[in-house]
Design a protein. Structure first.
Length: 65
């Protein structure tokens, strides 16, 4: 459970960095994303989830980490 909370905290930190570093650019990106079709957003989410799954699988199976 401790690792889960640590991971959630890390995700929140990583998600917040662009908003602190580039607030104007993030506003523009959010506007662009809000105008995208739902199908494109769904595809982006699916690709992101698949990439995350591959990273998790690689870390679990490899001896590098």
């Amino acid at each position: 459970m401790k690792i889960l909370f640590l991971l959630v905290g890390m995700v929140m930190i990583l998600e917040g960095i662009p908003y602190v570093a580039f607030p104007e650019s993030m506003r523009d990106w959010l506007r662009i994303i809000s105008e995208m079709k739902a199908e494109h957003l769904r595809l982006m989410g699916l690709v992101s989830m698949a990439a995350g799954l591959v990273v998790c699988w690689f870390v679990q199976r490899s001896g590098y980490f």
